[in-house]
Design a protein around this ligand. Structure first.
Ligand code: DLL
Length: 434
């Protein structure tokens, strides 16, 4: 079933003509309204009128996360603040978050993309959607929520936390769809067992899981344990939120249709910035074709994937991206929260009595990610009392939780005990199953 059949099955030629019109309009808008882009165009010596075909996009400048940070908070917005109706932001230490603003039309387009996504995995108006993505500055909760309402389904705004109670309410409210991170789905299953509920016995039938990498093995595990069909959804707050791409009920597992009337995609070599041919792996670059609040030209997602243009038996003409294979930077996703080692480093360095030698060790304990941060104590504080050390540990732990939103276990270790490396320091040891 499709939510907007006409758009989702547009013949490729018409779709590409629409994309070109929207790209030209985008360039004109950002050149006129965002000094950052005007400067970038001027530096390269091109004007919006030089964009005559979709292939010309390769002449245009990239946008990176750092550009958003440099222009914090509103510098890249393309409309006056009175036209913005909502903000979202990624977690980050003060002043370094990436902030995105939406006009009413942006929110509507997003709700459409999410409603299409639900329909694409077999959900409809009769479904009851238990939404356990976080509500707040994170785009997961509200994105999933507005899409569910747009579809005409029942949206249950659960957000995260109180896991056992969630299971009870899933049962009481008769949830048929579950939206959360794949690891949280497994956690719900464990919590259910503890309170004597078998999720398999509930009417739950479809899961819409994303916001973190997961494997085919994990899909089998979830489908088996929860007795549902599990689907992969992709998105990122910078370009919208969840619903940029989604699997369908017909296509091969792992391939996700991109909402191509809204987004133009390319894959590039992350080192040279050159486009790579469709089918070859590269970094996904997304241009927002309709966004008004904070339109982004050639946004470098840092997500590695390949573009799949083979027609899909579902009838959608939107091309697909294959399962994400990793990132071209060092961002970690811990229980659905994005964390850069440099953010943890910043916090450690502000704490008196520690040295800049640290290591972040990520493991999966049962179904949940665990993070231990080992930090070398500085020589002069080495003879601190145990109480003193514990106080330092919990102070760092608290600051990490407060600024980055992830729980960690901080352990102070002896000076010189973290292995030194001759080249780049090894900051992260990720022992989670791949
Ligand atoms: O995670 C938006 C979202 C919410 C997507 C709910 C899906 C479901 P951010 O917090 O900005 O936004 O994180 C975006 O998460 O660049 C990817 O690295 C990663 N990511 C998102 N979905 C997937 C997925 C939301 N299905 C970053 N598989 C992205 C692998 C994913 N990684």
């Amino acid at each position: 079933m499709m939510f907007q059949t006409e758009t989702e099955t547009l013949p490729r030629e018409e779709l590409e003509a629409l994309q070109l019109r929207r790209l030209q309009n985008l360039c004109a808008r950002i050149y006129a309204n965002v000094p950052f882009y005007q400067r970038k165009f001027d530096e390269i010596g091109i004007t919006p009128a030089d964009v005559k075909s979709l292939a010309d996009i390769k002449l245009l400048p990239f946008t990176e996360k750092q550009d958003m940070r440099n222009n914090y908070p509103y510098g890249l917005f393309a409309v006056p603040k009175e036209n913005i109706v909502r903000l979202h932001a990624s977690s980050g230490t003060t002043g370094r978050a990436t902030v995105v603003g939406y006009t009413q039309r942006d929110i509507n387009n997003w709700a459409d993309c999410m409603a299409r996504s639900y329909a694409s995995v077999g959900l409809n108006q009769k479904d009851v959607l238990h939404i356990a993505y976080g509500y707040g500055l994170f785009t997961g909760g509200l994105g999933a929520h507005y899409g569910a309402e747009r579809l005409g389904a029942v949206a249950i705004p659960m957000s995260g936390g109180s896991t056992k109670r969630q299971v009870q309410l899933m049962k009481d409210f008769g949830a048929t769809g579950l939206c959360c991170t794949p690891s949280y789905a497994l956690y719900l299953h464990e919590a259910a067992k503890e309170i004597g509920i078998d999720i398999k016995e509930l009417p739950l039938r479809v899961g819409v899981f994303g916001a973190e990498p997961w494997t085919e093995a994990m899909r089998h595990d979830i489908e088996e344990k929860l007795g549902i069909k599990a689907y992969n959804i992709y998105g990122l707050s910078e370009v919208m939120g969840p619903g940029v791409a989604i699997e369908c009920t017909e296509g091969q597992h792992g391939t996700m249709h991109i909402q191509e009337d809204q987004f133009f995609i390319e894959t590039i070599n992350p080192i040279t910035g050159e486009q790579v041919p469709h089918g070859e792996e590269g970094e996904l670059v997304i241009t927002t074709l309709t966004k008004e609040g904070i339109p982004l030209l050639r946004y470098r997602t840092r997500d590695m994937t390949s573009i799949n243009t083979t027609p899909c038996s579902c009838g959608r003409t939107f091309s697909r991206i294959n399962r994400l294979t990793g990132r071209s930077d060092d961002m970690l996703i811990i229980r659905g929260v994005n964390v850069y080692p440099s953010q943890i480093e910043g916090i450690i360095l502000e704490e008196a009595g520690t040295s800049p030698h640290y290591q972040i060790i990520v493991t999966r304990d049962g179904v949940l990610d665990n993070v231990e941060v080992q930090v070398e104590i500085s020589e002069e504080h080495f003879d601190d009392t145990i109480k003193g050390l514990q106080k330092r540990e919990s102070s760092i732990q608290k600051t990490i939780k407060e600024f980055l939103g992830v729980s960690t276990k901080v352990r102070l270790v002896e000076p010189q005990s973290i292995p030194r490396s001759e080249g780049k320091a090894v900051r992260v040891i990720d022992n989670r199953p791949k």
